[in-house]
Design a protein around this ligand. Sequence first.
Ligand code: HEM
Length: 344
Amino acid sequence: ERIKSYGDIIAAATADEIRSVRPGESIGMRELAVAITLHVAIRVVFSVADADRRTEYTRAVTALMRANTAPLMLVPALRRELGGHGPWARLVRLRDDLDRLLSDDMALRQPDSPAGADMLDVLLSAVDPDATGEPGLAIHDQLRTLLAAGHETTATSMMWALYHIYRDESVRERVAAELAHCRAPAEITALPYLGAVIKEALRLHPPVPIVLRRLKEPLTVGGVACAAGKIVGIALYALHFNPSVWPDPDRFDPDRFLRSRISPFEYAPFGGGYRRCIGAAFASCELAVAIATIMQTLELRMPEREQNRREPRSVARGIAVAPAREITLDVIDRQPVAVTGGGR
Ligand code: HEM
C-alpha cells in the first residue's frame, strides 16, 4: 500500500528532472536515469522535498556513491584509514557528511512530529525501545543501505529499458499505445506490455549479476560437493540465458513474459528466498512510472548511428552492471500533456 502511494512522488520527481529538456537537444540516458533515481530516493527514502535541501543531499550522496568503489566493497583489506588518507578515509569522511544531514533531519521529527509515510518514518517507528545502543546510528546504516542498494541498480535498469524501447520502433509503439490513455501511477504499474519490457530488460541485463549465499551446511550442487562455510552463487547470466528455458536468449522479446508464467528458478533479477531484494516492488513501480512519465512528456528518438551500432557491453559500475557507453537520445518534441503527480 505504501509503495502505491509513492507512485505520485516518482511521477513528480521524474517530471521535475525533465522539466528543462527542450526539442533539438540530446539527452544522455545515464545522466537522466541517475538524476531521476537519486531524486526519487532522496524524496522517498530521506523524505526531503525542499529543493535547496535536496541539492545538499544530492551532493553528499553523489560524492559518497562515487567513493564507494567496487574494490573497497569487495576487498576488506583495503578498508584502512592510513592516517586519515586514502580511499577508505575519504569514504568514511563522506559517510559522516551524509550522516550529519540525516541526523539534523531526524532531530527535527523526534519525538513529537506526526508520523508520515516515508521510509525514515517507517524505520523510526520500528526501533525497538528496549534495544541498547544509539538507535540513530542503526537507522543511518539502514538508510544508507537502502540508498546504495536501490539507486544504482534501478538507474542501470532504467537505462537498459529505455535503450530497448527506443532501439526498436515496434517496442516503442506498443508501449506508447498502452500509455495513451493511462495517467495514474496505479494504472501504469499494471500495464502488461510495459511490465514485460521491464522484466525482459532485467533478464538480459541483471544489474546485480550474481546472488551469493554462505552455506550453513554441506550441499552438493550439480554434482559438486561444497562444504559448510563455503560461498556459493547463482550466476544470473547463466540462468537468464539458458536456451532450454529462453529460446533465442540474446533476443529482446518482452512477449516471453506474456506467453507463459516464469518460475523463480528460471528468472531471479531480484535474487530469491528469504533474502530476496526488499526493494523489488518499489523498483518495479519506479521503473514503470518513471519510464511512462518520460514517454508521455518527451518525444525521443535514438540517433541512427546508435541504432546501427552493436548493443553496448555490460560493465561493472559501482555496485551494479551498466552499459559500457553512454546512450544519447534526440529530443524531437515535448508533449503538451500535463503529467499528474502530487508529491509531498
Ligand atoms: C532494479 C532494481 C534492483 C535490482 C535488480 C536489485 C537486485 C537485488 C539483488 C539481486 C539482491 C540480492 C538478493 C538475494 O540475495 O537473494 C538485492 C538485495 C537487496 N536490495 Fe535490491 N535491487 C534493486 C532495487 C532495490 C531498491 C530500490 C532497494 C531499496 C529501496 C533495494 C534494497 C535492497 C536491500 C536492502 C537488499 C538486501 C536484502 C537482504 O539482504 O535481506 N534494492 N537486490
